[in-house]
Ligand binder design. Structure first.
Ligand code: SF4
Length: 415
């Protein structure tokens, strides 16, 4: 269930049923205005809804003033330890400030920041990290880390409520995937505020993406989480954004750009599918519509599982085939498959998103498919034919039975 409350971060709604927002964090020194803006533009292009910048020094606040004006997406100032920087970031126009009340220097300093946020109408992200829990919860952290995290988060929420402030979202960060899942499940039942999800220090692009997909995906599939950040050890923040989108797209929570489907390949493969998939993926980045493109390594199952794809290719040793929504379009030499696939996609756009079929080429492709698919494979067509055949046989048997014994036949037909 989405959070009950909703906040507005520079025009991006978080929680209360709004689409799950994608966040990332710049990896540049914020004071390096040129590099930071360049990275913000790249992450915005990759689909980030919101970006966060670290503000550890005075010169970063100075840069922040310009960044918030030039950024195409809302900017969150990320503050640790120094409440003065939080106050200055709010004054600099940050669309939201992230702080962990536990490390900002005591309740009075938190209250000062919250008073300023209230005055300016700026939302705050309050959080707790497994690595920096308040002292009184450190023992509990060893025996019950989930309870420790949730307790710290609830105490933080109570602190905000005590300050008569409700314009905030909450995050609980842990490096442990099971703890992230368990803690957010518990917290989502206890508070009505939007939740920011992330597995902190998730790791490299490979392991971090998987950990995040498992942890965040599990929560998002349950409807928990209003905004996400994938933390990856890469300087390229746009990679985090791409992973976040893949998670949201996989769960059908949001749509953005094409969806690529590719078979895992096996011993039947007779062409360099790795390169074809990489090339198709690269070229699809230029398209914005959520078209589904499928790549099959062979025609063993006919078009099979990819018949719902808007466009697809099936390869073989020398020739392959291009199809659309289960219908063959044309056969082409393997080396031209990718170019011809994109030629068909572009033709579809040119025809107002209608598939253009050349009947002769389509017939040739259908013939090629019939010759190349495995005669023993259970294609959907063969399954349908088998089921129809079975139904016919049963009807014939019922008719014969009814003829031999009219009463039993009636019973049989009713059954
Ligand atoms: S489509 Fe062909 S190559 Fe790909 S996994 Fe299936 S049988 Fe193997």
């Amino acid at each position: 269930m989405a959070s009950e409350r909703q906040i507005d971060v520079g025009g991006v709604l978080i929680g209360g049923g709004a689409p799950v927002a994608v966040q990332t964090m710049t990896k540049t020194e914020t004071a390096n205005l040129e590099a930071t803006m360049e990275q913000i533009r790249r992450v915005a292009e990759a689909g980030a809804d919101i970006v966060r910048c670290a503000v550890p020094r005075e010169q970063d606040v100075e840069a922040l003033r310009t960044i918030v004006k030039q950024s195409p997406i809302p900017v969150i100032a990320d503050i640790h330890f120094n409440h003065t920087l939080a106050l200055k970031s709010l004054e600099a126009g940050a669309h939201c400030v992230r702080l962990n009340p536990g490390n900002i220097g005591g309740p009075e300093k938190v209250a000062e920041v919250i008073a300023k946020a209230k005055q300016l109408g700026t939302p705050i992200r309050v959080g707790v990290n497994s690595g920096s829990l308040p002292r009184h919860l450190r023992e509990l952290e060893f025996t019950d880390p989930v309870k420790a995290l949730v307790t710290a988060a609830v105490e933080t929420v109570e602190l905000m409520e005590g300050l008569d402030f409700d314009n905030f979202k909450v995050s609980m960060k842990s490096t442990s995937v099971p703890n992230t899942i368990a803690a957010n499940r518990l917290l989502s039942q206890r508070i009505p505020y939007p939740l920011h999800l992330g597995v902190t220090e998730a790791g490299t692009k490979w392991s971090g993406s998987l950990k995040s997909a498992v942890g965040l995906g599990t929560l998002l599939a349950d409807g928990i989480g209003d905004t996400i950040r994938i933390s990856l050890s890469t300087f390229h923040a746009e990679e985090e954004v791409k992973v976040a989108w893949e998670i949201l797209k996989a769960l059908k929570l949001r749509e953005r750009g094409p969806v690529l489907i590719a078979c895992p390949t096996c011993g039947r493969l007779q062409f360099d599918m790795d390169s074809v998939v990489a090339e198709v993926e690269r070229r699809l980045e230029a398209y914005e519509d959520p078209i589904e493109v499928s790549i099959l390594g062979c025609a063993v199952n006919g078009i099979g599982e990819a018949r719902h794809a808007d466009f697809g290719i099936t390869g073989a040793k020398d020739m392959g085939m291009i199809y659309s929504r289960g219908e063959p379009l044309k056969k082409v030499p393997t080396e031209d498959l990718v170019d011809e696939l994109f030629a068909e996609i572009d033709r579809w756009y040119a025809a107002g998103k209608n598939v253009v079929v050349d009947e002769r080429a389509a017939a040739e492709a259908a013939e090629w498919l019939a010759e190349n698919e495995d005669a023993t494979a259970m294609t959907p067509e063969r399954l349908a034919a088998l089921e129809a055949e079975k139904a016919r046989e049963e009807a014939d048997r019922a008719a014969e039975f009814a003829e031999a014994s009219p009463t039993a036949g009636r019973r049989f037909q009713r059954a």
